[in-house]
Design a protein around this ligand. Structure first.
Ligand code: ACO
Length: 332
């Protein structure tokens, strides 16, 4: 019988080697390791130092292909997720295509904020079952330092830079996903482009159109507490719904791979799911929040650590700007 699931044939990741610890942030804003560590779980995070978003993505993608033993020429679709691309156009997937040498691949970029890898996995599966795609290279790559406001202590300490990638094919195992969004919360986390200023624009939109107050362009603005409240509800609900679609009870999961935004969010979500913290993979201490790259980097760590056995039921679950949320259950 044909399967309906997916197989992750290879994982790869790339982290800059420029790690910045909490004490370094105390030099630039009014904060401390004593505040950051217990409130967020973050100890250090890599910050790009010469890398670009697409180059980090290409490096992660190359590793994933090598580990999968897949020739770049076999890739039918490159799907890149990011909120911090190097270009508005062309797409980073096109730039990565030429770098890796995947001449027959379709190229798509998607922005689903921190839920990008989960959305991407579901899109990959849909393409794989459409009939004419056999191999997907899914890459989530982020340079949050590009849009971080380093004068805002409530956000600047949270973010890191990096990329994760997966080679995805059709598989026999079970699969279930639940994805969604609540656009009424779009103003809780955003990064705005400059207002239009053509010689023919006489009536530009007002700068405080979003969230009712003026905010700096091209920098991330976040109402952290509101996002926190959303996350601790949305994550367990998404996991439960994804499990139901896969015909599984959450108690049958071996691993939860959550978006790494705050250790307290992960702890509360696990408690609400009735699962012990030992079943959550935690990398936030050394990665910080890397938006959509966070989940595949964590998954790659798990593979490299030998934490995943064939047949393990694993759920990936994220939330982020939009507000988006989503969970996908796979059988390893
Ligand atoms: N150092 C010292 N004090 C700080 C810092 C800091 N780095 N940051 C905030 N504070 C202060 C605040 O100014 C405030 O002080 P006040 O009471 O004098 O006004 C106090 O600490 C409490 O602030 P809160 O915002 O209520 O602190 P909270 O416990 O909620 O923690 C945090 C803030 C860590 C941001 C938390 O809300 C959080 O993790 N939110 C979710 C973030 C997230 O998940 N983002 C999602 C994805 S990002 C993306 O999509 C790209």
């Amino acid at each position: 019988m044909a399967g309906t699931g997916i197989t992750i044939c290879g994982m790869g990741s790339y982290l800059p080697d420029n790690f910045v610890d909490n004490n370094a942030y105390a030099q630039i804003v009014d904060t401390s390791d004593e505040w950051i560590r217990p409130r967020t779980g973050i100890v250090t995070r890599p910050i790009a130092n010469g890398e670009t978003t697409w180059r980090m993505g290409a490096a992660a993608g190359r590793r994933a292909l090598e580990r999968a033993g897949v020739d770049p020429k076999e890739v039918d679709l490159i799907l890149v997720t990011s909120v911090t691309p190097d270009f508005l156009t062309p797409s980073m997937s096109c730039v990565i295509q030429q770098e890796l040498g995947c001449p027959d691949a379709m190229c798509i970029d998607a922005n689903c904020a921190c839920t990008g890898f989960v959305y991407g996995l579901d899109m990959a599966r849909r393409y794989l079952y459409s009939g004419d795609v056999d191999t997907v290279l899914l890459i989530s790559t982020e340079m949050l330092s590009r849009i971080t406001n380093y004068a805002d202590r409530s956000t600047c300490v949270l973010f890191g830079d990096g990329a994760g990638a997966a080679v995805v094919r059709r598989g026999e195992g079970l699969y279930g996903a639940h994805l969604g969004a609540d656009g009424t919360g779009y103003g809780l986390m955003f990064c705005r482009l400059p207002l239009p200023a053509s010689p023919f624009t006489h009536n530009p939109p007002q700068p405080d159109e979003i969230y009712g107050r003026p905010e700096p362009d091209e920098q991330l603005v976040m109402a952290g507490h509101e996002v926190y409240k959303f996350a601790v509800k949305a994550m367990p609900q998404a996991v439960e719904k994804a499990c139901a679609k896969a015909g599984l009870a959450p108690s049958e999961l071996k691993w939860v791979v959550p978006h790494q935004a705050n250790i307290r969010i992960i702890q509360t979500a696990m408690k609400n799911l009735g699962l012990p913290m030992e079943q959550a993979w935690v990398s936030i201490d050394h990665t910080g929040n890397m938006s959509s790259a966070t989940i595949p980097i964590a998954l790659d760590e798990m593979v490299q650590a030998g934490a995943l056995q064939r047949g393990d039921k694993v759920v990936m679950v994220g939330f982020g700007a939009g507000l988006t949320y989503g969970a996908a259950v796979i059988e390893w």
